[in-house]
Design a binder for this molecule. Sequence first.
Ligand code: IMP
Length: 183
Amino acid sequence: MENRKINLWDKTFKPYIPAEKLEKAIDAVAEKVNADFANCEDIPIVLCVLNGAIMFTGELMQRFTFPCELVSIKLSSYQGTQSTGTVLNILGLTADVRGRRVIICEDIVDTGNTITALKELLVAKGSSDVRICTMLLKPDVYKKPDKLDYVGMEIPNAFIVGHGLDYNELGRTGKDIYVIDND
Ligand code: IMP
């Protein structure tokens, strides 16, 4: 990982999680999902939460060994570096989830508002089973009762970018993760 700070809009970010560490975490998550879905007779839906989870979902799917269908949904709850507490459904579900098992793929779970709202939507639409798979989790912030089925890495409560995650749509590029530099 390059030991170089980056500037996005009005903020500076410093190197935080190198790609190699993330890759190991993604390997471990994929292994668990593969074990749980091995020999499944249905075709589960892998639901990518756009835009942040694009990279993570792609990396997971490269590792998945069971047949699955890829579906995307676009939700948004963040403005700048803060959660707004309201989850906006920007691009709705494009598949019928009735009777289907769904694996939600998220880049990061923070307050949990996004995945809780999404899980409720999927259950209301008749999904038979909803699992949550996230690359990163901020456990100090997440206080929802829903259990997270697959978690790549836990991180402290700090604002990060990279590997799909953005600050006002910038900073998604690159395999490494950067954290906001408050110094
Ligand atoms: P939650 O609804 O509070 O759990 O927030 C989840 C969503 O907020 C994620 O899908 C991200 O898009 C965004 N988010 C949360 N924390 C961060 C962060 O540190 N950097 C960038 N985006 C974040």
